[in-house]
Design a protein around this ligand. Sequence first.
Ligand code: NAI
Ligand code: MG
Length: 328
Amino acid sequence: MADQPEQIVVIPGDGIGKEVVPAAREVLEAVEPDFEFEEAEAGDAVKEETGEALPDSTRELAASADATLFGAAGDTAADVIIPLRRAVESFANVRPARAYPGVDALHPETDLVFVRENTEGVYAGHESEIAPGVTTLTRVVTEDASEEIARYGFQYAEERGLDVTIAHKANVMRTTDGLFLATAEEVADEFDVRYDDALMDALAMHLVQRPEEYDVVVCPNLAGDVLSDLAAGLVGGLGLLPSANVGDERALFEPVHGTAPDIAGEGVANPSATMLSAAMLLEYLGHDEAGERVRSAVEATLESGPHTPDLGGDATTRDVTDAVLSKL
Ligand code: NAI
Ligand code: MG
């Protein structure tokens, strides 16, 4: 138990964020009554009001709290989420893709976790138009960031008895992915973890054919973005996929999905992804038992129902939330 109550910032955002984040907060309050919550605004609605999608006050709260739970933002998503990830100084994007009993999936055996470098690569922002009709992009790969993400991935795997696959394209991007791969292999020596490496294009095919052969996939930024969405397709349903943006001191947790304007306001959004993100938040803060309770309650509810319409049912967000709370 921490001496001081832990500070959790909740940012519902727009659309179904306003429905699924309060549902996940109820679950957090049920398992950790000592958490201190602070609610903050971000997204399209606050931009309309104030001209700014991410108010300074919200960014400062996220930068000082122990953890942040974010829902989704609409058109302003990039203006909100990228600075928020920076505010918590996250270097790792952790995206589990897991098939659940009771839910249709292309590959019911899928149980993977992507550990994606979150700060550099082709997303470092160095793009230019050097002449009309001619554009360039500089890909940044540093030893420090590669080492940090590899260490996070191997540590994650060792703690859970899992294997690691290092994804790369070092046969073509010999200097940048060459450094990424060599650094990750050096880090691997420090851990008691079985590992291999895979060319990311061939890996994409293998993930579709035999996802059950993979556990933890450590990847550069762009590869992780693409491969984790591919794996999301294998397990079916954006309403199920949680994620974490992890830093040394703080972290930001969010469902992978957006604001779902087609169903927003109807009270039928699936809260599972956000609740599973809340379970990751609990584990990040060292409340492993509470995290496991939340995960089990969500899984049991997915197995038994009730199900929201995205999973073929006719339950509301409230019905699913009540079912999860009763299983806690
Ligand atoms: P989306 O994830 O919002 O929706 C895609 C489809 O999945 C929709 O049919 C939606 O109803 C369904 N869906 C998503 N989450 C669901 C849930 N929890 N329960 C039931 N059904 C669910 O993606 P889309 O439509 O591409 O984007 C909508 C808006 O969200 C855009 O303005 C986009 O910019 C924003 N967005 C924001 C993100 C963020 O804040 N991190 C991430 C992705 C999109
Ligand atoms: Mg993406």
